[in-house]
Design a protein around this ligand. Sequence first.
Ligand code: ASP
Ligand code: MG
Length: 425
Amino acid sequence: MGLVVQKYGGSSVADAEGIKRVAKRIVEAKKNGNQVVAVVSAMGDTTDELIDLAEQVSPMPAGRELDMLLTAGERISMALLAMAIKNLGHEAQSFTGSQAGVITDSVHNKARIIDVTPGRIRTALDEGNIAIVAGFQGVSQDTKDITTLGRGGSDTTAVALAAALDAEVCEIYTDVDGVFTADPRVVKKARKIDWISFEDMLELASSGSKVLLHRCVEYARRYNIPIHVRSSFSSLPGTWVSSEPIEQGDKQVEQAIISGVAHDTSEAKITVVGVPDKPGEAASIFRTIADAEINIDMVVQNVSAASTGLTDISFTLPKTDGRKAIDALEKNKDRIGFDSLRYDDQIGKISLVGAGMKTNPGVTADFFTALSEAGVNIELISTSEIRISVVTRADDVPEAVRAVHTAFGLDSETDEAVVYGGTGR
Ligand code: ASP
Ligand code: MG
């Protein structure tokens, strides 16, 4: 008998109908002879609504209490789902993250899983139950307080449970039919990917693709748990994310040269103007940013003007950290020694991802040609072995993504990309 972990996102359990539909799917997996663990997110936009509510009573809600509040969202869906399954004549028990043995560090609102001890889940399964687990939450090893794993964290719960239970597969059910070569909301002709490697999926996730979170893919790669991304609204075959290509029918799915185009408009750009061109300057700027616990993405330093010996350094960071970064730099302005700061949150990032880049010359040239033919101006560039990213004006992003998608032959013949739910989770 196989053990499968399934995860259902908020859009799949948005209302009573959705919960009943998901219950049927879970029962089907059980009837096919599997032990089933289902991880659920909060219904629809519940998490956003709870955050709004918290901010109405306090502009900066305490992390511990916010976690207490947000975990209620997943508890609602898990209990309702267990009821719906019982109503279909099958045994189900729901468990909070803590009861399921999800042990985390004590960083509220973005805790990391450090261990999973799913003893109660095992027992429930062995007794013939379907186990329903609240996603996105755990309990701190040190403080014993309830924690959450950061937005979208239910995927990580599912993969972590799959690893701890030695499941055959972790199925992630969402409101699109799988991983696409671009965001189907932007590119109508985006094509569904049958198989993608952990490496390419990690790059897509860190470049703004929202279908799977970076942390979840990282976890799956570390424990070598295949992820199967599917829609809970259709019965199409979905996308496999794993270390080795899968077989489909009698044909082996090949590694694509280019896996896809991702975009991200959640970042801003800070330019530090008038920095003395001498050793240690970049170090003190980025130490200041790091001490404020801000992750940066791209960095460029301009050549210094010979007459002044001054240079500009630009970097990108999440918009949500913009204020904090500006404050930290201003506070250290005299010590670092720069003239001024420029803040720009009207930028977007477009990334081309694919392991085939390593061995196919001309990919970079084709990428820039496509952008120039679309009339898109490039502001920053960064590359890794299997990714090229550029920063452009935010307004140019949709056009640029479509142009690059077409240029690399990724367009499908049909409009196959369907967004069933709307939130993409
Ligand atoms: N409900 C949480 C969120 O909306 C966790 C999740 O959906 O995975 O971020
Ligand atoms: Mg959600």
